[in-house]
Design a protein around this ligand. Structure first.
Ligand SMILES: NC(=O)c1ccc[n+]([C@@H]2O[C@H](COP(=O)([O-])OP(=O)(O)OC[C@H]3O[C@@H](n4cnc5c(N)ncnc54)[C@H](O)[C@@H]3O)[C@@H](O)[C@H]2O)c1
Length: 250
């Protein structure tokens, strides 16, 4: 296990940082990628078994250079966790093309670019891709025309990867987190949204970064060796609910 290598994008904080720690626990060495170089280096300094790579996953040149550097420094790739993402919530009538493209650039193009860059190395090691989408990609909601659509596309991209890369022994799965109190979520979750989530989630609370990271770590591990093409919601039951949950609570 000591020479297993994972790449985690958006690793400087939130779900990506928690996932990095769990993959280290599981015996991986981790290449931490993030656009926020300062935060990335600060977080990486406190961890052993990691290397930090400032990278903009939406920029093809940055992705090509970073994956070449990871290959040179660390050898192969056993797991790629496409976690980097941005949230920009707004009504359809206020979502112009610039806003739409900004969300797609990171949330969808970033997953595509990093996966393409990693594919030869993943094939060589029969590795695994874990893409991070969202419950907003499973169920439509207000204010999420760009964000929700980008995440629904990531869900389909995952199935496409599983189907096409399966014959090389490469697995691809997708985790759809429910709400977690990270910087990304707190920037767009008003008190109204927070209250609505509490009402709509059977477990009646937000999740933690670690609870999402544990699902990602499982899918990266050999324990999930016969699991591919799956979309796993780690969401406190949100996706299963219909109408009337708060009214039916005791
Ligand atoms: N927090 C939630 O409630 C929630 C719910 C569903 C899905 N998600 C998804 O989980 C993933 C992680 O989100 P989080 O909540 O930990 O957010 P976060 O903002 O705490 O962390 C995201 C990280 O991605 C980095 N990043 C952003 N754009 C980048 C780019 N172009 N290139 C490289 N790095 C970039 C940021 O600098 C940041 O460190 C995202 O894909 C997000 O959409 C989060």
């Amino acid at each position: 296990m000591a020479d297993k290598i994972a790449i985690v994008t958006g690793a400087a904080r939130g779900i990506g940082l928690a996932t990095t720690r769990l993959l280290l626990r599981d015996g991986f060495r981790v290449a931490m990628l993030d656009i926020d170089a300062e935060e990335l280096h600060a977080r990486a300094e406190g961890l052993s078994g990691v290397r930090a790579y400032p990278c903009d996953v939406s920029d093809p040149g940055s992705v090509t250079a970073t994956f070449a550097a990871v290959a040179a420094d660390m050898g192969g790739i056993d797991a790629l966790v496409n976690n980097a993402g941005i949230a920009d919530f707004g009504p359809i009538e206020e979502t112009d093309f610039t806003r739409w493209r900004r969300v797609m650039d990171t949330n969808l193009d970033g997953v595509f670019l990093c996966s393409q860059a990693a594919t030869p190395a993943l094939i060589a090691r029969r590795g695994v891709i874990v893409n991070i989408a969202s419950i907003s990609g499973l169920r439509a909601s207000t204010l999420r025309v760009a964000y929700g659509t980008s995440k629904a596309a990531v869900i389909h991209l995952t199935k496409q990867q599983a189907v096409e890369l399966g014959e090389y022994g490469v697995r691809a799965n997708c985790v759809c987190p429910g709400p977690v109190r990270t910087k990304l979520a707190m920037a767009v979750h008003s008190q109204e949204i927070i209250d609505a989530y509490h009402d709509a989630i059977p477990l009646n609370r937000y999740g933690s970064e670690e609870e999402i990271g544990e699902v990602i770590a499982f899918l990266c591990s050999a324990r999930a060796s016969y699991v591919t093409g799956q979309i796993v919601a780690s969401d406190g039951g949100f996706e299963s609910t219909g109408v009337g949950l708060p009214a039916l609570r005791k």
